[in-house]
Design a protein. Structure first.
Length: 532
């Protein structure tokens, strides 16, 4: 913890030796100082429990006049001010948030509400381009000025009336810089902590988004995933996270790793809110901002007769395996048929994935940097990190950057063969398993209990359950399954391409039966032990 304290201290007081790159937190403080004051009076009691309320319940309150978006937004801003110092999940709030909320209130008063997300506060991961707000991917190299335009998904949120509340910390460069990174750490934001046990890790790279939701700092957050970076933080912080089918949500304006796997996706404290947010984000025309809750979610039909394949992954430890056994028993008691499965080809996927991602990252990050002020390409990023000590306060490595710079181009026949094999085997791993057992979904543990955060050691995050769906471009969904001691563990559900609505429906039913969510207690540390 000493190394973390030193790193955070230096960042909170500025970034020495980085000419032309202001401290992002100081910038945020200056912007926030110009925000409309919440009020000097004691805050009014809200007629809802922020930990448990859903978007439909909030919209019902807004419709009958017992709650306004301004009151809701002010409550979340107060929680950020009072609770976030414990977990360090929110990098900056949007100084226009209260004005956005007031505009929503006017629409509600005049019968012009734009749909379920109108007036709902949303936090964005800091690799999602947002007009007027710094978008850094956690790197000081991008901390000089905000992008000129919104990412496509942010435009959709604004069009739906959502209140952009601010930006969340992340694992720097979405955990694609060093061979042994520490998830939840960035040079811009320091270390995000797990709200359940503060010396434990929040998992990466959408760490700030998940931790903020666990602490009830927003109603919804948006994360991004290449392989595991939505679902692992969701599982480790006890919330719901959905990685959509590849291409369902636009990646335009989002800092990339690989166009072959990257996707943004919604995160929330319940499946209902995730489904409503996906309905706004998706680009395929299947849902629009003004629609009601998808029929598949309002009529989930129970678990009776549903066939679920359980991929146990005992390597995640006996406590997690015991929790999966209990979960399988509860699903069977609810009428589901649970059969044990082992999706094939996993060793080959592990061999092929990262070499392919290296080539794709070099291509995609160079194209992205050409649109931003700062280093113009990957070689420039490597040079920036070597020149600025503040980028090395937790871990110094940038081995993945260096390997990507030397990787074969995406025109190389060897790369093309590897990506083709990856796509084929990952899809077959899911499709063949589901067909052989006539499954509605494959289930697996999302995560082990959170490990202790340690800059010197780095992560302990060999978690293979996210890989088949991530590489295939198929949807996956993590819902809370229970606890090992004080630490949450998620249940990961995955299905075939464009089966997002069916997966969310199943996830809502599983969530209702497991009832595994509970609020964090912000413990400083914890011993061993297992409990539900």
């Amino acid at each position: 913890m000493a190394a973390l304290a030193v790193g955070l201290g230096s960042l909170m007081t500025g970034v020495p030796g980085v000419p032309g790159v202001p401290d992002a937190r100081a910038q945020a403080a200056e912007r926030d100082a110009g925000s409309p004051p919440l009020t000097g009076d004691p805050p009014p009691a809200l007629p809802v429990d922020l930990d448990r309320v859903t978007i439909p319940e909030l919209q019902a309150r807004m419709a009958d006049g017992s709650l306004t978006s301004s009151e809701l937004t002010a409550a979340y801003l107060r929680r950020i001010a009072t609770v976030d110092p414990r977990i360090n999940a929110v990098l900056r709030t949007d100084p226009t948030a209260m004005r956005q909320a007031a505009a929503s209130d006017a629409r509600h008063r005049h019968g012009g509400a734009r749909g379920p997300l109108d007036g709902i506060p949303v936090l964005l991961k800091d690799n999602i381009g947002t007009r007027g707000l710094l978008t850094t991917a956690g790197s000081l190299a991008l901390a000089g000025s905000p992008p000129d335009t919104d990412a496509a998904l942010v435009k959709r949120l604004r069009d739906a009336g959502a209140v952009i509340l601010g930006k969340t910390n992340l694992s720097e460069w979405a955990n694609f810089r060093a061979a042994k990174p520490t998830s939840g750490w960035s040079a811009v934001g320091g270390q995000t902590r797990n709200p359940y046990v503060l010396d434990r890790n929040p998992c990466g790279s959408s760490s700030g988004s998940a931790a903020a939701l666990a602490a009830s700092l927003a109603q919804v957050a948006i994360g991004t995933e290449t392989d595991g970076s939505i679902v692992c933080p969701a599982g480790m912080n006890g919330v719901v996270g959905h990685k959509p089918s590849l291409g369902l949500v636009s990646g335009a304006g989002v800092v990339p790793i690989s166009a072959e796997q990257d996707t943004a996706g919604p995160m929330a404290r319940n499946v209902t809110d995730v489904a409503l947010t996906l309905a706004v984000l998706r680009e395929d025309g299947a849902s629009r901002a003004g629609t009601a809750l998808p029929d598949s979610l309002t009529r989930p039909g129970g678990l009776r007769g549903k066939r679920i394949g359980l991929w146990r992954l005992p390597a995640l430890g006996p406590d997690v395996d015991a929790l999966m056994s209990r979960t399988a028993g509860e699903l069977r008691d609810a009428g589901a048929v649970v059969v044990e499965v082992t999706p094939p080809y996993q060793e080959r996927l592990a061999q092929l994935e990262y070499p392919a991602l290296l080539s794709e990252f070099h291509r995609d990050i160079d194209a992205y940097l050409a649109t931003r002020r700062g280093p113009r390409d990957l070689a420039g990023l490597i040079a920036f990190n070597r020149a600025h000590a503040a980028e090395r306060t937790c871990f110094a490595g940038q081995e993945l950057f260096e390997q990507a710079l030397a990787a074969p181009p995406v025109t190389d026949p060897g790369y093309r063969a590897a990506r083709a094999e990856l796509k084929d085997l990952s899809r077959r791993s899911v499709d063949e398993t589901m067909a052989a057992h006539r499954l509605d979904a494959i289930a697996a543990p999302t995560n082990p209990p959170a490990w202790t955060t340690d800059c010197a050691r780095g992560d302990n995050d060999i978690i293979p359950s996210s890989t088949p769906a991530a590489v295939a471009g198929y949807p996956s969904l993590s819902v809370p399954a229970g606890f090992v001691g004080e630490l949450p563990v998620g249940l990961l559900l995955m299905a075939g391409d464009r089966q997002d609505s069916r997966l969310l429906s199943l996830g809502a039913t599983v969530e209702a039966h497991l009832k595994a969510w509970r609020a964090p207690r912000y413990l400083p540390t914890t011993g061993s032990g297992t409990s539900r």
